[in-house]
Design a protein around this ligand. Structure first.
Ligand SMILES: [Cu+2]
Length: 145
């Protein structure tokens, strides 16, 4: 009975290894973790998207945009307190320092997932592709909550 368990552990271990960003200079890539999307409290065609962007590389990475097959449009937004009002505005690009990370969180920097192409309920997963200034892309999954 221990053999199947060993194989399962090996498979899980491999899956974990594959999710760790490779820090080698040649194929260094950004990563995105703990992704989730928040259903609006009232029926609106927009969800907030959150998670943490990681840059394990030796140089700054600049996020230039994101897209999703599950939404007609995805924007990167920041939330600012402006004359006592919380306002959001689109951010054209977002720098992630070398070896650093940037959190996308409610009330701060976030993704605006606009006009879902299908009805979404809590527990669904949506796909996202981040695009960086160096031409690389990083795909991610966000859990709908
Ligand atoms: Cu927004």
């Amino acid at each position: 009975m221990s053999r199947p368990r060993y194989h399962l552990a090996a498979a899980l271990g491999l899956a974990l290894v594959l999710q760790v960003p490779v820090a080698a200079a040649d194929d260094c890539a950004a990563g995105f973790q703990d992704g989730w999307a928040r259903l609006p409290p009232v029926e609106m065609p927009v969800l907030g998207g959150f998670g943490t962007l990681h840059n394990p590389c030796d140089s700054e990475m600049v996020l230039t945009g994101a897209s999703s097959p599950d939404f007609e449009d995805v924007q990167v937004h920041e939330t600012r307190l402006d004359d006592g009002m919380m306002r959001m505005r689109e951010v054209g690009s977002l720098a992630i320092p070398a070896g650093g990370s940037v959190a996308l969180a409610p009330g701060a920097l976030h993704l605006m997932l606009m006009r879902p192409v299908r009805a979404l309920v809590a527990g669904d997963e949506v796909e996202l592709g981040f695009e960086f200034a160096d031409g690389t892309t990083v795909s991610a999954r966000l859990e709908v909550r």
